[in-house]
Design a protein around this ligand. Structure first.
Ligand code: SF4
Length: 403
């Protein structure tokens, strides 16, 4: 099947009336840069002239545009961004810290989010109406967030309702999800979580109900439930949105405590148990430090597990001369190795493993976005429809109120 004839299941756009069960919109896949789908973050070409990456004046242009924008703009850089972009960030952090940083700068007219689409959406939800959130390349999506569409999640919920289980299920969605899914969670009395507070979010949800629907990352849900809350692997089932009734029997759903959505991170999901065994053989005395989006067997074989912020903090505090193999996005691992040259820091996988969508934000796109703003043209603004934003905000506020 050619790329142009393939089809892609997309979430219902915010504001459109909800369809019935199994009524996903089927839209043609677009070749990147060759067209535009207004409902998707994929396949969107940049209007205007993108400077070529080979332009020798690119850094100078970025410095000039950044200086001219001054306090009108606030540039956020996610930890997984390239160095060429991070150097222009006013703050760096994980997705939630960055969204909160943006909300704390109401004087900034433009929030330029160097990250991926769901992060820009969260920033739009948490900032004031007067602030415009700009994503320098709208094709910077997240494969994990795309694994749970609105229609699929509604269909799952309808199955739980039909079985009389919905009243005891509390949805918990990872920050790495679309605004639609956060809104679904808010509407059903659930909470958002990050990799730093997933244990508290799950404990709160299991106090409120007897089951959790965890979206969209099965690995974070499983690792947290089993390793931090003492549940067993048998307490968890995986809902596969591509199978009728999630591929689960009513009995399996009734018995389960954790209903894990079948989603994963295409970067962290690559690390294997063989990588852990191999690095222990190659690097004597190495400490293996991985992100909880890794598969369960990798996390259980590692010495430490933690969010991006925790990984940075562990390396910062580690004694000189210690050795670390880190299982997270490569841009961050390379930056840590560069910053802490008194420690041995290696990438857990032997092969290159950048997040391809994070890497879509490069210096040409950043320069293009800033120069366009200076020319009075607001490009690549990310907005969340007000009703969706209000419901998603309820789930985000619940996270902030977690005990
Ligand atoms: S690293 Fe994984 S979760 Fe993060 S943006 Fe990339 S695909 Fe999504």
């Amino acid at each position: 099947m050619s790329a142009t004839s393939a089809h892609l299941t997309l979430p219902r756009p915010a504001g459109e009336p909800g369809p019935g069960r199994r009524a996903d919109r089927q839209l043609p896949l677009l070749v990147l840069g060759a067209g535009a789908d207004p409902h998707s973050e994929r396949g969107v070409s940049c209007p205007g002239e993108l400077p070529p990456a080979s332009d020798p004046s690119l850094v100078r242009r970025a410095e000039r545009a950044r200086a001219e924008l001054g306090d009108r703009a606030f540039v956020l850089g996610h930890h997984y961004q390239r160095d060429e972009v991070i150097r222009f960030a006013d703050v760096t952090g994980d997705s939630f810290k960055l969204a909160r940083d943006a909300a704390a700068r109401p004087e900034a007219e433009f929030v330029i989010f160097c990250g991926v689409h769901f992060m820009a959406e969260s920033a739009d939800i948490l900032t004031s109406d007067a602030q415009r959130v700009i994503l320098p390349d709208l094709a910077a999506g997240c494969s994990m967030a795309d694994m749970a569409s609105f229609d699929q999640v509604e269909e799952c919920w309808e199955t739980l309702e039909d079985l009389g289980l919905a009243d005891v299920v509390v949805p918990v969605t990872y920050m790495n999800s679309s605004a639609d899914i956060k809104a679904f969670t808010g509407r059903h009395g659930g909470t958002v979580c990050t990799s730093s507070n997933a244990r508290r979010a799950l404990a709160w949800a299991l106090d409120k109900g007897s089951k959790v629907l965890f979206l969209p990352d099965q690995h974070l849900g499983r690792n947290t439930a089993v390793l931090e809350l003492g549940l067993s692997l048998d307490d968890c089932v995986v809902w596969d949105p591509r199978k009728p009734d999630g591929g689960l029997t009513p009995d399996e759903l009734r018995r389960a405590t954790m209903i894990l959505w079948r989603g994963h991170c295409s970067v962290h999901g690559r690390f294997t148990l063989a990588d852990v065994t191999d690095v222990r053989r190659r690097v004597p005395g190495v400490n293996v430090l991985v992100h909880p989006e890794c598969v369960h067997e990798v996390v259980t074989a590692a010495d430490q597990v933690g969010s991006t912020e925790k990984i940075i903090s562990v390396i910062e505090k580690a004694p000189a001369g210690s050795a670390w193999a880190i299982g997270t996005e490569l841009n961050l691992v390379q930056r840590l190795a560069q910053t802490y040259q008194d420690k041995t820091i290696v990438f857990l996988d032997r092969t290159v493993c950048y997040c391809s969508t994070m890497n879509r934000i490069d210096l040409p796109h950043l320069v293009w976005a800033m120069e366009s703003l200076l020319a009075g043209q607001i490009v690549n603004q990310v907005t969340v429809e007000p009703q969706t934003a209000a419901q998603a905000r309820a789930a985000l506020d619940q996270m902030l109120a977690l005990p």
